[in-house]
Design a protein around this ligand. Structure first.
Ligand SMILES: Cc1ncc(COP(=O)(O)O)c(C=O)c1O
Length: 336
């Protein structure tokens, strides 16, 4: 497949097909490879009306020595189980999740971008309730799908600092709501605040904790990490945050580098403790944040045009592992 690999955006491009596996009569059927990207879905399907819809996001990479690897799919399988539990859905086993991911990549090997282009193959596992329901209840039938699409870097400007806005008018999730689960509905709810942020000139927004509005929760689609001059890696803990697998991995690498990893509440009025702040997630790994605007208060971190030293090191280390340039010492890569 010849695509303009170096200039891919973060958008859907058609591939050869996806894997689909259906749950009915209390069991999962045989996974199938499908070339038609359209689903046949009942008009009364639960996912469409009552929102039994969850998903995952992870990447496959072509490494320096020519392997094709998926980054930590076992962690996404686990998170999909957690999300499914919250929405009372039937989750695929880890074995089914992993085999569907591997097969989706195998069937689209020529869409895995060449090493050195900075691009990757994005995997999107999706689980939806398919039963026709009018009375509100969990679906008895489900479709588990893994689709893939080649992507370039999330932000066109690359690993460059951006400014973030604290969203004071809307919450991403309720204190005991679905913030920890990767539900489609959470993203629908975040569209308006995201658009309002962009209208005000901010590519990224930061949500406060929904209970008191005093603490950092997370960015629109990524976790918050802060580095202190004393060598601490700090990240919030909250019931309403999606547990980022990138954050989990960076914490391990930060500890390897001798940083002290501190997971706990971070007050929005104490952001000046940080010399570096980043937003982390699968799509961009780390987006350096050089200023956070909260009403009239602006807190700045480091240089406007250059990411800080520690976040740059962490970014390079994680990307290095993903592209097979740095030894996979924690066993995070699953070969296809
Ligand atoms: C709300 C939210 N938080 C955090 C993340 C980062 O999670 P991960 O590192 O697993 O991609 C994402 C992206 O999936 C997200 O949508």
């Amino acid at each position: 497949m010849e695509l303009d690999w170096k200039n891919l955006g973060f958008q859907y491009l058609p591939t050869h097909g996806h894997i689909q596996c259906d749950f009915a009569d209390g069991k999962w059927g045989e996974p199938e490879f499908k070339t038609d990207p359209h689903l046949s879905l009942h008009v009364a399907a639960n996912a469409l009306h009552y929102g039994q819809a969850i998903f995952e996001g992870l990447k496959a990479f072509r490494t320096a020595d020519g392997r094709v690897v998926i980054f930590r799919p076992d962690r996404n399988a686990e998170r999909m189980r957690l999300s499914a539990g919250r929405l009372v859905m039937e989750a695929p086993s880890e074995a089914l999740f992993l085999s569907a991911c591997k097969r989706a990549v195998e069937k689209n090997l020529d869409f895995v971008p060449p090493y050195g282009t900075g691009a990757s193959l994005y995997l999107r596992p999706l689980l939806i309730g398919t039963e026709a329901t009018v009375g509100i209840k969990p679906s008895d039938t489900y479709s588990f799908i893994v689709l893939v699409t080649p992507v370039g870097p999330y932000y066109k400007s690359g690993f460059n600092p951006v400014e973030a806005l604290v969203m004071r008018d809307y919450d991403r999730a309720a204190p005991r709501g679905t913030g920890r689960a990767k539900t489609a509905g959470n993203y629908a709810a975040s569209l308006l605040p995201g658009l309002l942020g962009k209208k005000k000139g901010f590519p990224i927004i930061l949500f406060a904790d929904p209970k008191e509005g005093k603490y950092v929760d997370e960015f629109g689609t990524s976790n918050f990490i802060g580095i202190t001059p004393g060598g601490e890696y700090k990240t919030p803990v909250s019931e309403s945050i999606l547990q980022s697998i990138t954050n989990e991995s960076l914490q391990v690498l930060a500890a390897d580098m001798g940083l002290k990893v501190v997971c706990g509440p971070i007050a929005l009025d104490a952001l000046d403790q940080f010399s570096e702040v980043g937003a982390c997630g699968t799509a961009a790994v780390i987006t350096p944040i050089h200023a956070v605007h909260d009403g009239d208060r602006v807190t700045r971190f480091g240089a406007k045009d250059k990411a800080g030293e520690t976040l740059t090191k962490l970014y390079k280390e994680l990307q290095g592992i993903q592209y097979g340039e740095v030894p996979d010492r924690h066993g995070w890569l699953v070969r296809v």
